[in-house]
Structure formats: C-alpha cells, structure tokens
Design a binder for this molecule. Structure first.
Ligand code: CUA
Length: 362
C-alpha cells in the first residue's frame, strides 16, 4: 500500500534515525545486488528502472559506449597497478634472512618515470578524442523534417510539457513516437524553467540537461522500443525535488497518433458532473489550472484538460486513482509537503462533486 511521507515518518517514529557505519556495510551487498539486477533489466517495453547501462535511444547509446570504454580502460589500469602492487608486496616481503639488513636503496629511474608520464597522457588523449566525437554527435544532431518538437518547462515541482505544433499541453508524462529505422522520428526538446534550475534526466534515453530560468537549452531523445521510461529531476530545486518524477512513454507510431487525437479533443461534457463543474468553477482552482474549452485558463499549475489520461498525480508522487485524487485535493500538503497547491478547505460534499467532475476529464 502506498504511504505518504507523513505516514512513513509516523511509522518510523521512535526508531533510531542515524544509520551506523555498520548498517552501511551491511546494506552494501544489497545495493550491489540491486544494481546488478538493474544491469540485467531489459528494455522490453515494460516500465523499467532508471538505468544508464540499458540504453534504448541514440544519445544514451553514445554515452553508454563512452562509459564502457572509460570503465574498461580504468579497470585495466586498476588490474595492472593493483597486480604489480600485490606482486611486489608478496615477492619482496620481509624474510627471516633479512634481519638487520637494509633493503637496496633505489633513487628514481628515467625510463619508468617517462613511461608513467607518457602512457597516461596517451590514454587521456584517446579519451578526449572519443568523448569529443560523442559530444559532437549528440549536440550537433540536426532535426530531420519528421522530428517531433516538444517544449518542457520545469516548475517547482512538476514538468509542463507543450507540443507547440500539435496544440497539446500536458504535464509530467512525455508521450513520444518510437523511432524506427525505416522512419526515424526523434523528439527534440526545448528546455526552459519557470522558477529555479531543474534538470531533465531519463537515463535510458539521454544524458542530463539543465532547465535554467531565462535560457533555452536543447536536447533530444530517440527511443527505439515502445515502453515507459522513468526519469527524475537531477538538480536540487527545493523541498520536493525528489518528487519531481518524469515518465516518457514511447508509443508505436499508430498508437502515438491515437494519443495525439485524444489529447486534441476537448473534454466531453457530462451532465452527471454538472454540479461538480459548477463547484470547480466557483473556487479559485481556475486561477491556476487550464481546462480547454472552459473559462479555466490558469497557467501556474498543470493543465487539467485530460487529467485522467495520466498515470500519476503530483509529478509521479502517487498513482492517479479516484482515491489518491481525492486525498490530493483534500490536502496537497499531506501527499507532497511544500507543494505550491494550497489546501482549498473544501467540504466533503464539495470534494465529492469536484472529483466527479475531474473524473470526466479523460
Ligand atoms: Cu526540479 Cu529538482
């Protein structure tokens, strides 16, 4: 069962807060196993853990290839240095016959010093060349005519996602088409911020790029397999930085067109939810949220036009269900303390009506 941060704090009350060095040592094998399991996790279209070692998108593949090369070279250096050190410690260890004798005193060797200066310079040079090529390949990419353009705006603490060419605005869940070799369709992102610095990071799709106020950064992704890819804000941006989660949903092309068509439709008016609609429009909800085709035009909070088409609420903090939606509106501060959405002090009856209306926003 899902628990709010407050419930968790309640549950852990009275338990010692500070982890001892021993508990870290004991946790290490667990963390290692988890990491290895993550390494083996395939990008098979299901929701997968965030993992830089399982790239499914062109920029992430370039970074992964570079990372492997660096790890291999460093592992080689570690084995050579560690091996020589172990050999020396064993081979030249103190023996009984050495008692009272001084070992031979050696003062430098030009050949060895030259070797350990020149070889690392060559290694660093190779790494610079390989990295420069990967950086150029990623940053110099020219969008093909078929590319999808999306603007992502970072807010405290959620992601605004705009499709300027399609007239769609949504939040926290970026839907993109899969790029096929017969029809490459990368998604080019314009990254902006409404307040402080954030950072867009979906490890399986690309490296991190910051969203900086008064500046536009760019990056691109090109998922090649359908699936949901998780990410998060990777730059500390305030209290709820950890609850600024991202999902990228990569659809097969036909399915993506269906998603676009559904998002472009205005919400269907449901006479059952008429009272809820009236309650909603009589509160100050409309000052912060937009619902297409209505007088709700606020832009401070997420666009609610197709709220119920999203998998999560509060930027990935909880799954989007009628129960969590109700808990969220009753008091956003319980689910996400510090959230900029205030507690509207609604009565139970008002809440019921508003939920009934919001549930029609599919
Ligand atoms: Cu946004 Cu951290």
């Amino acid at each position: 069962m899902w628990k709010s941060p407050r419930q968790l704090a309640e549950q852990h009350k009275g338990q010692p807060r500070k982890a001892s060095a021993m508990s870290y040592v004991l946790q290490f094998p667990l963390v290692l196993c988890w990491s290895l399991a993550a390494l083996a996790a395939p990008g098979d279209g299901s929701v997968s853990v965030t993992n830089i070692f399982s790239p499914v998108s062109t920029p992430a593949e370039a970074i992964y290839a570079n990372a492997l090369l660096v790890i291999l070279i460093c592992a080689g250096i570690f084995l050579i240095v560690g091996g020589l050190l172990a050999y020396t410690i064993f081979r030249f260890r103190r023996r009984p016959a050495d008692a009272g004798r001084e070992p031979p005193q050696v003062y430098g060797s030009s050949q060895i010093e030259l070797a350990w200066t020149v070889v690392p310079i060559l290694i660093v040079f190779v790494l610079i060349l390989v990295s420069a090529r990967a950086i150029y390949d990623v940053q110099g990419a020219v969008p093909p005519p078929d590319a999808l353009n999306v603007t992502v705006v970072g807010h405290q603490w959620w992601w605004e996602i705009r499709y300027p060419d399609l007239g769609i605005v949504t939040a926290n869940e970026l839907h993109v088409p899969v790029s096929e070799s017969s029809r490459p369709r990368p998604t080019f992102l314009k990254l902006e911020s409404a307040d402080v610095a954030h950072s867009f990071w979906v490890p399986q799709l690309a490296g991190k790029t910051d969203l900086i106020p008064n500046r536009t950064n760019r990056m691109w992704i090109e998922p090649k397999q359908p699936g949901t890819y998780l990410g998060n804000c990777a730059e500390y941006c305030g209290t709820q930085h950890a609850h600024m989660l991202l999902r990228v949903i990569a659809h097969p092309p036909g399915e993506f067109e269906q998603w676009v068509a559904a998002q472009q439709r205005p919400p269907v008016e449901d006479s059952q939810a008429r009272i809820g609609r009236e309650v909603f429009f009589s509160t100050s909800c409309v000052n912060c949220h937009t619902i297409n085709g209505t007088q709700a035009r606020g832009t401070f909070g997420p666009d609610l036009t197709h709220l119920m088409s999203r998998e999560t609420l509060a930027s990935g903090a909880v799954p989007n269900t009628p129960d969590t939606l109700r808990a969220w509106i009753r008091d956003p501060q319980t689910l996400k303390e510090g959230s900029l959405m205030p507690n509207m002090q609604l009565t139970d009856a008002e809440l019921d009506h508003i939920i009934a209306y919001l549930l029609t926003l599919k």
